[in-house]
Design a protein around this ligand. Structure first.
Ligand code: ADP
Length: 254
């Protein structure tokens, strides 16, 4: 873990024509995948891990949300369709997701490492990622699976509010802002994501059970899986993750 400045992630968010700042070279280029049902807090953990490990937080959901915020006429047909799938809570088709990730494969080969959040989400995506990384001789460090009871997942998702400017995440009862509807950090307006509405939550949880949960076994069989109990405060969960990662890292021969 290093004190270098965290690298930005414009090449991930905007596509390969955008250039990132020089990545922070760390002794260990962490290459992590975060797994877990929607609402377990992967995004929050990815943010905290990014601050601690100085490794880019690469979220596929953020790329699709950035596309959804653009004018429709600027989007390819596939991206336009992707934003519709997202709004309903359904998974975006593998071919669209993979094209988007492959375009950004530079981020996966980056010497600063990465924290993948929201990808892979299906066995086919996991196989594609495995081949891409194997082709470059860059193994994943670990796959962290955040585990949370279903009742808590629904409560977290339906109370979540996001700042429209800085994307900080609040919760109406668990992490309320000082002023209702206003971001503590930047005074931006807080909104509820379209896919955090009850009808979309149901679709997302169904898609998770069907398509994403099998990845736990996939990564277990590759010896990469690290289970983390996602109950409790974000800082505590992050601390547990870091202890687990340290343990794994100590076991990896240098
Ligand atoms: P969550 O809070 O559910 O973890 P994300 O921000 O990761 O949400 O993703 C939001 C939405 O973007 C998903 O519900 C899905 O529609 C789409 N999406 C993101 N990543 C993928 C992926 N790897 N495969 C298919 N769809 C994806």
């Amino acid at each position: 873990m290093t004190n270098a400045k965290p690298s930005d992630r414009v090449a991930w968010l905007q596509g390969p024509s955008a250039l990132c700042e020089e990545p922070a070279h760390s002794q260990v280029p962490w290459r992590l995948v975060l797994l877990g049902a929607p609402g377990v807090g992967k995004g929050t953990q990815a943010d905290l891990l990014h601050q601690k490990l100085r490794t880019c937080h690469l979220s596929t959901g953020d790329v699709f949300r950035a596309a959804a915020a653009r004018r429709k006429c600027e989007l390819s047909l596939a991206m336009k369709a992707a934003t519709e799938y997202m709004r309903s809570g359904a998974l975006v088709p593998d071919s669209t997701v993979w094209e988007m990730v492959r375009e950004r494969s530079g981020c996966l080969h980056c010497c600063g490492g990465f924290i993948l959040d929201g990808f892979p989400r299906t066995l086919s995506q996991a196989e594609s990622l495995k081949q891409l990384m194997q082709g470059k001789g860059l193994p994943l460090t670990a796959v962290v699976n955040y585990d949370l009871p279903a009742t808590e997942i629904v409560a977290r998702l339906s109370g979540r509010r996001t700042c429209e400017l800085c994307r900080t995440v609040f919760h109406v009862t668990e992490r309320p802002p000082k002023v209702e509807g206003v971001c503590d950090r930047c005074q931006g307006r807080l909104f509820q994501r379209d896919d955090d509405r009850p009808e979309s939550i149901k679709v997302r949880l169904g898609a998770y059970e069907l398509s994403t949960a099998p990845l736990i076994e996939f990564y277990q069989s590759l010896g990469l899986l690290m289970q983390v109990d996602a109950r409790g405060m974000p800082d505590e969960i992050c601390a547990k993750t870091l202890v687990g990662l340290d343990g794994r890292c100590a076991a990896i021969p240098t």
